[in-house]
Design a protein around this ligand. Structure first.
Ligand SMILES: [Zn+2]
Length: 449
């Protein structure tokens, strides 16, 4: 048993509470007890102790949509004139890069992101992977990295027909193989990845729908740019959500990333099917694709979650940018209320995670919940309450304040020291491989200019 003492507990969950001078007992990866430090210290005198020294102890952050595979894009030169829109960014950056990845590059891309996640207190990640020249077994390579890190993750391979039918079929096979074999890694699970409507012909969508293991769902990009809607209308006369609805893509286990350009009828389908929408404001701003109708979706009861789309795993940066983006886009400071941002990032993301990790609740500090938590070295100079906590996070929290990260009761970082991964060694190995990855990328990118 591990006893965390002297913490200011932030419980999240539906009724967030802030509990001063509290302790938390962890056993078998689960929170066994919560109570005042003095009381639990007396109840568990022999437990190993971890002194939080007055720091905030709160559930680890959850990232609902990310791409480990994009790691090698950092600092990379994109040949040719600057991309003018998101379709060109896909053609000139992401598709030539994913084709440049081999097994080592996939492994190291994952590892550098996992280091970043532990340091930033992000303990559960929903990854969406692409490596068209290394498909079969790619999810195992990522899963092994996740296990080494000790984090919790849901993985998938993005099926697309942009590289021909054979690779489309291989992508399907990789999802199915991984979903059916994921049970032996308790913290890693799988879902069925799809790129986006604009790179999935009818045959591909039919094949994916037919191949989906019972009870499974999909993880797909939806209307990130209007090109996706225009393509869908050209192909089928239907909008993206309507087109994919015909194939049974939507449901309680499906994640629709972005949804920037969907209309009200599409929104209704997502709501009626219980589909999860993820919002990635930093990515949307970077790609200049626009902003989803956040307040309308939340008001309609759509469970909008928060992801990072491959940006840093500092999820509070995503909170802050969501909070700011909708205000400036709408010229209305009432948009994207702080409490709504917190609800997306904590409650919705946790509910999403619990669709896939069903053993115990994730994303809240209550007895019986998963022992996934972080220490935050934040000492408020104004009153901090359960009610105003979102604004302390939005205006006061920094990634550098995360000092300790715990997943499934295992301490992955203590006082900013990583215990499961060797950051310097991973960075060195990734750096040694970078020239090869960049060289292959450049050749691929020049071919499409
Ligand atoms: Zn994405």
């Amino acid at each position: 048993m591990l006893l965390i003492t002297n913490g200011t507990l932030v419980t999240w969950g539906e009724n967030n509470r802030v509990l001063n001078d509290h302790a938390l007992a962890i056993e078998n990866g689960v929170i066994a007890a919560i109570g005042p430090t003095a009381e639990l210290s007396e109840r568990y005198p022999t437990a190993e102790k971890l002194d939080a020294r007055g720091q905030l102890v709160m559930p680890g952050n959850i990232c609902a949509h990310t791409h480990f595979y994009g790691a090698y894009a950092r600092g990379m030169a994109i040949p040719g004139p600057a991309a003018v829109d998101f379709p060109q960014i896909l053609e000139r950056l992401w598709w030539p890069l994913d084709k440049a990845l081999d097994a080592d590059a996939v492994r190291l891309s994952a590892l550098v992101c996992l280091v970043d996640a532990i340091k930033h207190g992000t303990t559960t990640l929903f990854d969406h992977h692409a490596s068209p020249n290394f498909i079969e077994g790619s999810l195992d390579v990522i899963a092994d990295a996740v296990v080494l890190a000790g984090l919790r993750a849901m993985l998938c391979y993005e099926v697309t027909d942009r590289d021909g039918e054979e690779k489309m079929r291989a992508g399907i096979a990789e999802n199915v193989r991984f979903m059916n074999s994921a049970n032996h890694r308790p913290l890693v699970t799988g879902t069925f990845g799809l790129h986006a409507s604009l790179t999935l012909n009818d045959e591909a969508l039919r094949a994916c729908a037919d191949a989906l293991p019972t009870g499974g769902g999909f993880h797909v990009h939806v209307a990130e740019h209007e090109a996706d809607e225009n393509d869908s209308l050209r192909r089928s006369g239907k909008r993206v959500v309507e087109r994919m609805h015909e194939y049974g893509i939507w449901g309680r286990k499906t994640i629709a990333a972005h949804c920037v350009h969907i209309n009200e009828a599409e929104r209704d389908i997502l709501r009626e099917t219980g589909t999860w929408v993820t919002h990635q404001p930093r990515s949307n701003m970077n790609n200049a694709v626009g902003a989803l109708a956040l307040d309308d979706m939340l008001a309609a009861g759509i469970p909008v979650c928060l992801g990072n789309d491959g940006f840093s795993n500092n999820m509070w940066a995503e909170w802050k940018d969501a909070y700011l983006l909708h205000k400036v886009v709408n010229r209305d400071p009432r948009k994207a209320n702080g409490a709504d941002i917190a609800r997306m990032a904590t409650q919705h993301n946790a509910q999403l995670a619990n669709q896939f990790f069903e053993d115990c609740p994730i994303g809240q500090l209550v007895e019986g919940a998963a022992a996934d938590m972080i220490f935050v070295d934040y000492h408020p100079y104004t009153p901090l309450t359960a009610g105003n906590l979102p604004w302390h996070i939005l205006f006061g929290f920094e990634a550098s304040m995360v000092t300790t990260t715990i997943v499934n009761g295992i301490v992955l970082m203590h006082d900013r020291r990583l215990l499961t991964l060797d950051e310097a060694a991973i960075a060195q190995e990734a750096l040694a491989l970078a020239p090869q990855v960049w060289e292959r990328y450049t050749a691929n990118a020049q071919a499409v200019l």
